[in-house]
Design a protein around this ligand. Sequence first.
Ligand SMILES: [Zn+2]
Length: 242
Amino acid sequence: MLRAAEKAGIEEIGFADHCNVADREEMVETKHEYGFNLDLTYERRRRAIASLADRMDVEIYDTVEVDYDPRDEAEIREFLADAGFDYAIGSVHFVDDVSVQASSRFADRSKADRRAVVDRYYEKLVSLIDSELFEIAAHLDLPERTPELRGFTADDHYAAVADALAESTTVPELNAGRALGDYGDFHPATDFFEYLRERDISFVPGTDSHRPAELADRLPVLSSAFDDAGLEPTRLLGVRDE
Ligand SMILES: [Zn+2]
């Protein structure tokens, strides 16, 4: 990933492995299955980052993407305080402990049910933003990634998220994770992005790369999206600056 970043001319990169610190039984199973282990491995990864930082021509940030659930706020707060990452990204991936990316779980649900899942997703996202536990709120409209949940994100969700962001130190990312390929839009999608731009919400760039090749592919698209919007990526307060 670092070599890909160097090659792409990136000056700074954050590594945000997935992490879940819930001790609820359903989530413990799920995080084992998904391999969300950074709460156990971050010290080891930190040593790797320190040793690579000397050899690479890229500024590396030691970060994390944490699953947020209002029931886990105390655990998350304690974990982030202990671990002392450079910054933290908060995500809602689960509604009622089911991943909103799990198409098969929604295929047989009624329209009303699917709409209710999306409503609950945005309630959780607003409480993530209100909690101020994280510097960054990830992929704001994640349910749009899932064909079964697509199209249920509506103006009242935009408004609730915009109001919460306006009052919070947490900033959203413009996430290019599905900008190429089947879905073909950013998170947030164009209409939602424009809605937030009109309310002067600023964004950090996120390629959501899980593989080196994705970084190279997504970076130019992400960079054009900022240019087209006449927008400078924002910098995080409190993150070490050169
Ligand atoms: Zn995520």
